[in-house]
Design a protein around this ligand. Sequence first.
Ligand SMILES: [Cu+2]
Length: 246
Amino acid sequence: MLVLRLESHRLTQVALDGVFLAGPVDRDQVVLAPGNRADILVRPTGDGRHRLISEPYDRGGIGMMGGMMDGGPATTGSITLATLAVGGPPTIAPALPATLPAPPVPPGPPARQRQLTLAVGMGGGMGLNGMSFTIDGRTFDPDRDDQTVGLGTTEEWTIRNTSPMDHPFHLHAWPFHVLDISDGTPPVGLRQDVVLVPGNGWARLRIPFTDYSGRSVYHCHILDHEDLGMMGTINVRPLKSALQGA
Ligand SMILES: [Cu+2]
């Protein structure tokens, strides 16, 4: 996780995961899960050097193993990622637009609702320290279709997380709108392709399966978890064949 802050500056976010927000949003800090991207505008406040800092973040874990399983010991201090050096004659920055061309949330009702469950099992005999990382009780099998979806339909997926650690859920090819997250974390309604599903929580997504047919994958974007099996396949097909295969 990155909790980004720029000394003496506000960060103006205009996009998330490459897609415009509804309007520019001023933030003191921007939080990115693994896989998230943010487009940020910075207006220098004055001459000098300003550090871009990543603040510590606790993303949960299982007892003493939490930090290790999440890719390293939890950081206890902030880290300087870069330094912004400001100098030269001042210029007038153009005004920001009040609104941006954010894609609208596709209208309901969804053609289908699904629930996917991310779980970390103890003593499964697999992977790191004998733990198993599953979606709907199964580890990844590239030859199995886990979800079959009709091309052109809109679905609502609830991603449940029964483990105490956060998992960033990533769906390839079909970005989704985040309708709601169990911990109330804004933003909601945005189109993005990674969403942080809180430990012992859930995220509700509306997904327009437009533009592309074909097979792809969804997975936890913490690569250790994905490599240990927390990944599934999706096959988006023209509606008739999708129904026959469901
Ligand atoms: Cu994970």
